[in-house]
Design a protein around this ligand. Structure first.
Ligand code: 5RP
Length: 218
């Protein structure tokens, strides 16, 4: 099976985790696009969606799915999103699509985070995928110096401005053995909006697409 077929497989499987009549938290990325296309088929059975990016909002709206502002919603039963890496405890690196801040906001509204990914995303230790950090432009150089002092190699993602008007710095060469601690540390540096480690908001369940079918990681 191709990677796209594996993404489609978990996009379909995620529909079983949608709570009928509820507002669904919707992530961002190519795997989530497969999920959105499946969600469109059952749109009459949900109240709508809260979206984590302009791109996902556009796709949801194109399918005729109502999109609620996050400020109008107190809680959603489930948030469905992809990941760039996920470890066996459900900790993730996210932000390959630059949507990490809104993704973390919607994840925070959710009672459960269901991660959908092809099996290539499963790792023992996070960090082979460059860690995205959303940064306020004025703090770019200082945050990059701090990331280098952690042992990483930070690079500005050229030509990218987030939906929130900020920059993305991608950090390669980190071995993230303590995701909770590193998330808390980087998050409190001045000028950091969001670090792409999702440890506090880790996945409650991961649906991994494999050639043998969907494997569940709890
Ligand atoms: C976007 C994300 C995505 O969930 C992540 O990049 C995975 O994307 P894809 O499903 O295209 O592999 O964090 O900011």
């Amino acid at each position: 099976m191709t990677q796209d077929e594996l993404k489609a497989l978990v996009g379909r499987a995620a529909i079983d985790h949608v709570v009928p009549g509820s507002i669904v938290g919707v992530g961002t990325g190519s795997t989530v696009n497969c999920f959105i296309d499946e969600l469109a088929k059952i749109k009459d059975r949900i109240a709508g969606a809260v979206s984590s990016s302009v791109k996902s909002t556009e796709r949801l709206v194109a399918h005729g799915i109502p999109v609620f502002d996050a400020n109008e919603v107190e809680s959603v039963p489930v948030y469905i999103d992809g990941a760039d890496e996920i470890d066996h405890r459900g900790h993730m690196i996210k932000g390959g699509g630059a949507a990490l801040t809104r993704e973390k906001i919607v994840a925070d509204l959710a009672q459960r985070f269901v991660c959908i990914a092809d099996a290539s995303k499963l790792v023992d230790t996070l960090g082979a995928f460059p860690l995205p950090v959303e940064v306020i432009p004025m703090a770019r150089a200082q945050v990059m110096r701090r990331l280098a002092a952690l042992g990483g190699t930070p690079r500005l993602r050229e030509g990218v401005i987030t939906d929130n008007g900020n920059l993305i710095v991608d950090v390669s060469g980190l071995r993230i053995t303590e995701p909770l601690a590193m998330e808390a540390d980087i998050n409190q540096w001045p000028g950091v909006v969001t670090v792409g480690i999702f440890a506090r908001h880790r996945a409650s369940l991961c649906l991994l697409g494999t050639p043998e079918g969907v494997r569940q990681l709890n």
